[in-house]
Design a binder for this molecule. Structure first.
Ligand SMILES: [Zn+2]
Length: 356
């Protein structure tokens, strides 16, 4: 016997999942599961894959007891493939890819060289898999996440597969931003958008995971519960320390020091810190109209002070500029330069006196 568990749907996903999985007979062969980052889309896709493979589903959900469910729990169901970058697999602590996956250089690969892309050979390996009979003639399920991490070559290889889909095979693509996928690939998939869950679900769930003050964390994560949980487990405060420092610098009577803030930003993925700044600018705009902070209540007092002395125009301009940077944040030309420029620009927008 084993303690390993199958992936299950999150509480807020049950209804959508049940409705979606109900019609197995006419289930599409390729789905694009998309929605805000950090709401549990990958877990949804893996739970769905398990439900599709289960030999004795209960109201469409995996039973957790049959041999198929046991195999999924142990990570060795022959009809399930998880296709994700090596870097993601390593983060998941996974070394359970089937032995026939081929090209196994993983033991020699150090963490820093792990690929952040889904490689072409990961998709090529599927052809052997397609030609193998499925267990008891059931489904074969490939979960591809994050789909954005396919490069142009991989995406085209997948497109070829989807143009002539193998029998009994379901592809579940998971993406935060479908607009960054190859449009022809998107057009081959049916879409399943997942909404941001209701706050009440998230709060209950986070509390059950042992998070104190789930509301603060959830606010800071823009309502995305998995992102909020991860932040709560890895940080002391929902407001990032560098943002506290930034607000403090902006309030200081002396000329603000951009250096330490830019240094802190450089260590974080660009998309992550741009998100934080965008949220804080929402709080600043709210404060300008004497409305309470939506994302960083811990910072409300400083935010209020800064908003009162800043120019509304400068705040609006900088907020707009941040939106433009966000669109490019996944592939910044020069992350270091962007960190410096942004820290400078934000401090300038909040300047209470002349800034150098
Ligand atoms: Zn089962």
């Amino acid at each position: 016997m084993t303690d390993a568990a199958i992936p299950v749907f999150l509480p807020w996903q049950h209804e959508t999942a049940q409705r979606w999985l109900a019609d197995r007979e006419r289930f599409a062969h390729a789905w694009l599961i998309h929605g805000l980052a950090g709401i549990g889309k990958t877990q949804f896709a893996l739970a769905a894959a398990t439900a599709l493979l289960c030999e004795n589903p209960q109201s469409g959900m995996a039973c957790g007891r049959c041999s198929a469910c046991q195999w999924v729990a142990l990570g060795n169901h022959p009809d399930l493939r998880r296709i994700r970058p090596d870097a993601v697999a390593a983060l998941e602590g996974d070394d359970t890819e089937p032995a026939d996956a081929g090209g196994d250089e993983s033991t020699a690969t150090s963490k820093k060289t792990l690929s952040k892309e889904i490689r072409i050979d990961q998709l090529r390996q599927l052809h052997t898999w397609f030609n193998t009979a499925t267990h008891r003639g059931g489904y074969r399920v490939a979960v591809i996440y994050p789909a954005e991490s396919m490069n142009a070559i991989s995406a085209n290889a997948l497109l070829k597969v989807l143009e002539e889909p193998p029998a009994n095979t379901v592809f579940l693509l998971v993406a935060d931003a479908p607009d960054r996928l190859l449009p022809t690939l998107v057009s081959r998939c049916r879409r399943l958008p997942l909404a941001v869950p209701d706050q009440a679900w998230c709060i209950d769930w986070m509390r059950a995971q042992g998070v104190n003050d789930p509301q603060t964390w959830l606010d800071a994560a823009g309502g995305a519960p998995l992102k909020a949980l991860k932040a709560a487990q890895g940080n002391e405060s929902a407001c990032p320390p560098w943002l506290m420092r930034l607000a403090q610098e902006a309030l200081a009577p002396a000329t603000p020091d951009v250096g330490p803030i830019a240094d802190a930003l450089e260590k974080i993925p660009v998309a992550e810190w741009v998100d934080v700044l965008q949220r804080w600018f929402v709080d600043l705009m709210l404060a300008l109209h004497s409305a309470p902070a939506r994302y960083y209540p811990d910072l409300a007092e400083r935010t209020g002070k800064l908003a009162r002395s800043a120019s509304a125009q400068a705040l609006a301009d900088t907020a707009r500029w941040l939106t433009q940077q966000r669109a490019l944040a996944d592939h910044p030309l020069n992350a270091k330069l962007l960190a410096h420029t942004t820290a400078q620009r934000v401090l300038l927008a909040l300047a209470r006196g002349p800034v150098q």
